[in-house]
Design a protein around this ligand. Structure first.
Ligand code: SF4
Ligand code: SF4
Ligand code: SF4
Length: 257
């Protein structure tokens, strides 16, 4: 099976995670890696069975590139919060701040001949077949996606929240017990409640969980009681998921609007 691993505008953390998966040797003989931007930026985008794409569309070049990747791939997987939701670099989305204003704030009047855009997820430009969430994705999930493609199957995306894994791990609930602004109830699982294990509230880096499933966590409904208002939760979720199409719908479900 031929695969390509591509990077648009991003921190390259997802590509790095894919490059250093310890168990990669278990499956590597199933793949021909036609393109891996981080390991070798030479070469042209080639025809592949599966293209993994990290990063958001933040420049004209990103847009051209992701369209070209799509033309050459039978299956396209968006990898990480940048590709899936725009990521931290799309924080201006919905904030009423335009690009020029932000650019001037950061760079002043320096003569910089670079023109970007407010970052967008790749599904605004191309069809995405699967989403591999995380910032970056976990090793277990990378292995799961690679393995399922290797046997001619397809991965199932998780539809339950971080709280499910947090409870299973036996952590105390820092939202209930200490009023910490933990976004575990509204964030898609898969990280094994990594931050809560270190006593840090979840900040939603894996993106919003589908709230229209039976899994949508009743803990989310306690946000209001805990003094976390709707706008506060929206802003925290928007750090990684600014373009999530169902963010407002989810908040309405929690706050009863
Ligand atoms: S999703 Fe996170 S780790 Fe991956 S490229 Fe974006 S910022 Fe980096
Ligand atoms: S709200 Fe946070 S601390 Fe509480 S169960 Fe969910 S993930 Fe764990
Ligand atoms: S606990 Fe939340 S912020 Fe931490 S890795 Fe998991 S999803 Fe990301």
């Amino acid at each position: 099976m031929k695969i390509g691993i591509h990077g648009l505008t991003s921190c390259y953390g997802c590509q790095l995670s894919m490059a250093i998966v310890r168990r990669l040797l278990d499956v590597v003989d199933k793949f021909e890696v036609e393109y891996f931007y981080m390991l070798s930026s030479k070469g042209d985008i080639a025809d592949v069975d599966v293209a993994f794409v990290e990063g958001s569309v933040s420049t004209d070049m990103d847009e051209e590139e992701v369209k070209k990747i799509r033309e050459h791939a039978k299956v396209l997987v968006a990898v990480g919060s940048c590709a899936i939701h725009g990521g931290v670099q799309s924080i201006l989305h919905n904030e009423g701040i335009d690009y020029d204003q932000a650019f001037a704030t950061v760079y002043g009047d320096r003569p910089i001949h670079y023109r970007g855009r407010v970052a967008e997820p790749i599904d605004k430009y191309v069809q995405v077949d699967y989403r591999l969430p995380g910032c970056p994705p976990e090793e277990e999930e990378i292995m799961y996606y690679l393995s399922t493609f290797a046997i001619g199957s397809w991965p199932e995306e998780k539809d339950y929240p971080v709280c499910a894994e947090c409870r299973r791990a036996g952590n105390p609930c820092i939202l209930i017990e200490r009023n910490e602004p933990c976004l575990g109830p509204v964030t898609v699982a898969g990280c094994d409640a990594r931050c809560i294990k270190y006593d840090i509230p979840c900040i939603g880096c894996r993106g919003a969980v589908p709230h229209d499933t039976a899994w949508f966590d009743s803990l989310a409904k306690t946000f209001k009681d805990r003094g976390m208002d709707k706008e506060y939760v929206r802003k925290r979720m928007a750090i990684f998921s600014a373009h999530h199409g169902k963010l407002d719908e989810m908040l309405d479900a929690i706050y009863g609007d």
